[in-house]
Write a protein that binds this ligand. Sequence first.
Ligand SMILES: Cc1ncc(C[n+]2csc(CCOP(=O)(O)OP(=O)(O)O)c2C)c(N)n1
Length: 295
Amino acid sequence: MPIPLETTGPTMKDYWSPVMCTWCDGCGDYGILTAVKQALVELKIAPWQTLLCYDVGCHGNGSDKLSGYRFHGLHGRVIPFAAGVKMANPTLPVIAFGGDGATFSEGVGHIVHAVRSHYPMVFVLHNNANYGLTTGQASSLTPQNQPMNSAPNGMPEATINSMDFIFSLEPTFVARGFSGDIKHMTYILKEAIKHRGFAFVDMLQACPTYNKFATHKMLLEKCYRVEDEKYDPSDPVKARKLAMDTEKRIATGILFRREDIPNFNERLVPRQGKKTRPVDEVEKFDVSEMMKEFR
Ligand SMILES: Cc1ncc(C[n+]2csc(CCOP(=O)(O)OP(=O)(O)O)c2C)c(N)n1
């Protein structure tokens, strides 16, 4: 993806917003927000050169905690909006953020088509394994027997194995980060932004108020960086196994990547050879005469 470069890049200050954070103390959203800003700054992408799209949820309330072009949509619907923008304006880096509830329940159909369509955009999953904003309801990623506010005896439905699910769709980029490791998340996000197609980034995050089973401490103990172990992210079979195996240790980093698959925009036949972007081709059309009919 061509990234607009400036001679003097933006600083963290340029992303500052006067809006106070309302997240609980110790929430993983703070770390993810910082890593996103840091990654954009390091790639010299200014707030006016990108679009950040937020779903509904605790993480979605981050939409006004930084400056720049932002969109805050309906629950589970962030991907279609972000993909539409990316199609209209293919040179704009687009990042979409969604909770595990939004992504694997309300909006589960959208993640399926985003991966198979290879939209050239980044998707960041704020994975706190529950519905945070609606006070600790079980999501489809909450462990089945885990008592939650909405399901004191544990939910009756089976848990979705999100990584198995994503890999079944033949993705081209899968990464996992941990909200307690800002430096590593920054690296992962920078690589995701540079990816050719759809980059799926699973950010495991602490939710100190409602998630009592995958706490910050537990994640800190189990998560390790694959880059420290000379890992090769080119094998989808190995990557899938590694991503799913979280019993003793949790692998974080770029788990799988391939750059040889054309993305959605590159495969769109009517766009081939065009020098302009669809946004440049929008024509002004006077509808005032037509509107008289509705008066
Ligand atoms: C279609 C729809 N269903 C349900 C809701 C109610 N709702 C708002 S936020 C939320 C939970 C969000 O959880 P998640 O997506 O995991 O994000 P988190 O709050 O954990 O960051 C729910 C159920 C809604 N606004 N719209």
